[in-house]
Design a protein around this ligand. Structure first.
Ligand SMILES: [Zn+2]
Length: 491
């Protein structure tokens, strides 16, 4: 007898007892795979993709909070720290530039008359730097760099185009005007006035020679040349409303050493890097927000539940399982990378500062957007593999009974769009597991936890665990197929 749906057993305890023997308590579907906990997967995703973490933008305090969460997880699994100085964190610094308002330049004549230059029309900023008031000294390309007294000299490179000015500065031993106060060159023709803020450079990795306050360089319209060089000008006042911050961000890395059977024997000196990126794209500019359906505040947060909180949760669960399973033949490194959305920068930084020498690294197995089933991969619990035609990996998985299928969207070029690709450019086999089905929430504020399927994520993680295990225990050693290895790209 079937009870009407709304009268489930729990509602009518007495009745049910009277009527039929209660069936054994069913494990909620998602705990079917005893090894992988969907509850833990969901709790990881719910934290990482919460509004609280404000879209996990690189350089944000929220992303660093996520990094500390991930490090605590790795520590709680008993994995070895593989970051800086015995920690799980590998630190790097990002330069984040911000324009708070339109830059301002005032030209002050000897009799105190102030002429405010119009941004876009009379001047533009080639290189932002510190504000100040400057007296003008003019040189041409035939001159040598004069002795500059004091720290408020604007050096006007008269008659030099930008490239000629760069070469002249190089030749004078002050590349980009390093150490000078202000550079002034002239454009060939006046520009157009604009109220649009200058484009802030994309956050970028600070190089060793990072200069916190480079020399400001403005390019002035030829229409102002006579006023500047005609002898009337007393000084230039610069207020650029620009700031440059050096913000720390972290890769989070843990290690499970390989099983050392006999010294020099086995595969223990070989490593696999299992990865996912934990950063996302932050918060949308308020003016771009769409009013909420209920007329409430527009949702501006890119929660990144599928991209890539799902992959991070998957890697955490796999790391936990291996920590409890103990050392495998090969060493396992678990890398949760930052700054993928800014151009795979966190993983590139890892490759320049590897926890285990790259020559000992046999593969990168990367997990990206595994939170929603893809019918083209076989539906719930199934994964597809990018770059399947380039290496032996997929075929050997299938030969070992692991049903991982080919990336169904070769036209999307996913092989080159995630963290694996930078390993490949160093000659290391690197491929991405995913179940991304081209859903419409990609890089939208709608990529929310509620859109994920945790039964699927559980199954996908179980498949991922098996995929890692087959390489970790030495059953599979992935190799490039003829012509499969992409060309190295300059770093
Ligand atoms: Zn992603």
């Amino acid at each position: 007898m079937n009870l009407p749906a709304h009268l489930s057993l729990s509602v009518l305890p007495s009745l049910s007892f009277a009527l039929v023997a209660p069936p054994p308590p069913q494990e909620p579907a998602r705990e079917q795979n005893p090894e992988i906990s969907a509850v833990e997967l969901e709790s990881h995703v719910r934290f990482l993709a919460s509004d609280e973490l404000r879209g996990r933008r690189t350089g944000s305090e929220e992303l660093n909070r996520a990094a500390r969460y991930l490090a605590r997880e790795f520590e709680s699994y008993g994995l070895e720290p593989a970051g800086d100085e015995g920690s799980y964190l590998q630190e790097m610094f990002f330069v984040v530039e911000t324009w708070e308002a339109l830059p301002e330049v005032d030209l002050v004549s000897g009799d105190g008359e102030i002429r405010s230059a119009v941004y876009g029309q009379d001047f533009r900023v080639r290189q932002p730097g510190g504000d100040g008031s400057f007296e003008l000294i003019v040189v041409t390309e035939d001159d040598a760099l004069p002795e500059l007294q004091g720290d408020s000299i604007a050096l006007c490179l008269d008659g030099m185009s930008t490239s000629k000015a760069r070469r002249w500065l190089e030749a004078q031993g002050v590349p980009l005007g390093i150490g000078l106060d202000l550079l002034v060159t002239f454009t060939r023709k006046p520009g157009k006035s604009t109220t649009k803020l200058p484009r802030a450079g994309r956050p970028r990795l600070a190089q060793e020679d990072f200069d916190p306050s480079p020399t400001p360089w403005i390019e002035v319209s030829p229409a102002l040349r006579d006023f500047l060089l005609g002898g009337e000008l007393k000084r230039i006042d610069l207020r650029l409303h620009h700031s440059r911050e050096l913000l720390p961000t972290y890769n989070v890395i843990a290690r499970l050493p390989g099983r050392v059977a006999e010294p020099g024997k086995g595969l223990a000196d070989e490593a696999i890097v299992v990865s996912a990126h934990y950063d996302h794209i932050g918060v949308m500019a308020a003016e771009r927000g769409e009013p909420a359906a209920d007329g409430g505040e527009p949702d501006l947060i890119y929660n990144g539940a599928d991209d890539d909180a799902s992959g991070v949760a998957c890697v955490l669960e796999i790391a936990q399982k291996f920590a409890s399973l103990g050392p495998q033949e090969r060493e396992l490194l678990f890398l949760l990378a930052t700054a993928e959305e800014l151009g795979i920068i966190g993983t590139s930084f890892y490759l320049d500062h590897p926890s285990t020498p790259l020559e000992n690294t046999v593969a990168n197995l990367n997990f990206e957007m595994v939170g929603r089933p893809d019918e083209k991969a076989g539906g719930v619990g199934k994964l597809w593999l990018s770059g399947h035609e380039r290496t032996s990996l997929m075929k050997t998985y299938q030969a070992n009974g692991l049903d991982i299928v080919a990336d169904p969207y070769p036209e999307q070029n996913f092989f080159s769009r995630s963290d694996n690709i930078v390993f490949c450019r160093r000659g290391i086999v690197g491929q991405t597991f995913s179940s991304y089905n081209l859903h419409q929430d990609y890089h939208r504020v709608s990529d929310e936890v509620e859109t994920l399927d945790f039964e699927h994520l559980q199954g996908a993680t179980a498949a991922g665990l098996e995929a890692v295990r087959l390489v970790a225990d030495g059953t599979i050693t992935p190799e490039w197929l003829e012509g499969g290895q992409p060309a190295a790209r300059g770093r």
